[in-house]
Design a binder for this molecule. Sequence first.
Ligand code: AMP
Length: 402
Amino acid sequence: MGLNKKSVDDINVNGKKVLVRCDFNVPLKEGKITDENRLVAALPTIKKLVADGGKIILCSHLGKPKGEPKPELSLAPVAVRLSELLGQEVKFVPSPVVVDDSVKAAVDAMKDGEIILLENTRYRAEETKNGEAFSKDLASLADVFVNDAFGTAHRAHCSNVGVTQFIDTCAVGYLMQKEIDFLGNAVETPVRPFVAILGGAKVADKLNVISNLLEKCDTLIIGGGMAYTFQKAKGLEVGTSLVDDTKIDYCKEMMEKAEKLGKKLLLPIDTTIAKEFPTPIDAEIEVSSVDADAIPADMMGLDIGPKTAEMYADAVKSAKTVVWNGPMGVFENPILAKGTIAVAKALADTDATTIIGGGDSAAAVNQLGFGDKMSHISTGGGASLEFLEGKELPGVAAANDK
Ligand code: AMP
């Protein structure tokens, strides 16, 4: 598909006020940012706009304040850390309504190359409803709009979609461009063989992804909790493993579709089982591995088994493009992380283009220390999934075409 949208390279922001929608939705613990990947990912666009002489007005949501000020979800810590990362002051201009006269005054006083950060856009109830008043408030601050928030691109909110109705020049930033290029190229024009790996808890969450990827990829690998619904659809005993009985027919359909299209659909040949789900999730538990057709009725599958891990790693070896979304087991528990680690390692070792589709898989890859070995780790969980489903993202569609 590629991206046919105006980017920050196609606009002139010298002397202009530029509203930049970033994704600063970072995890916080007692006011401290515990993972700053999203801040780091936002830097190239901000630096470019500063270098071009714009007056940079940054905005983002953080968590779910549900339309009112919540001090613990203030973007204040982000302004501090961003200033350090950029080596330049990012002036925080907080307002309980995000945009008011004092914020407007601060913007009017800006010099070229200066940066300010607005308060959490979700302090305003209209934000998630794409209400006009807040879209207009935001638009009143700027001459140009740049959207670099891939993580919310699958939502039509004021700060990424509504605002574009009231500003003429609307472009996407480098992060957005990179996300769309990687995900878009992988799905639309992949270098083959193209292997897609899906895991995670529920089949239902990824119905459209499975169907769409089957059409695009050469091999589809299924692991994690969702594998057991497929196993059951094949008539196998799955014990007390996670199963969505309403999706058995769907799984059968997908297996038929794979066969008809001549695509390889790989399912676990063995599985790591335990008596019950670990509580707490990282509790030490006793596990064993059995063949996929030998799960006892009172046992639960919690990870792919060692033979499957080897088979999946092998399937990845000859790939030229790999897209991965969803862990192979309950990776939060070290005893049940082996399958996920094996797949992460296989991806790290291949010279294929490797793309991790956000959310839990991104967390798993980073947590396991393979982050810098991947070609691209998406900053958007839901957004990357909707992209892999083949949906158009409203946050991308709203930018001007080239
Ligand atoms: P998702 O949000 O769909 O990507 O699912 C991620 C979650 O799936 C993780 O929290 C895993 O612990 C969980 N998960 C993976 N494999 C299994 C399994 N076999 N049984 C239950 N949960 C699983």
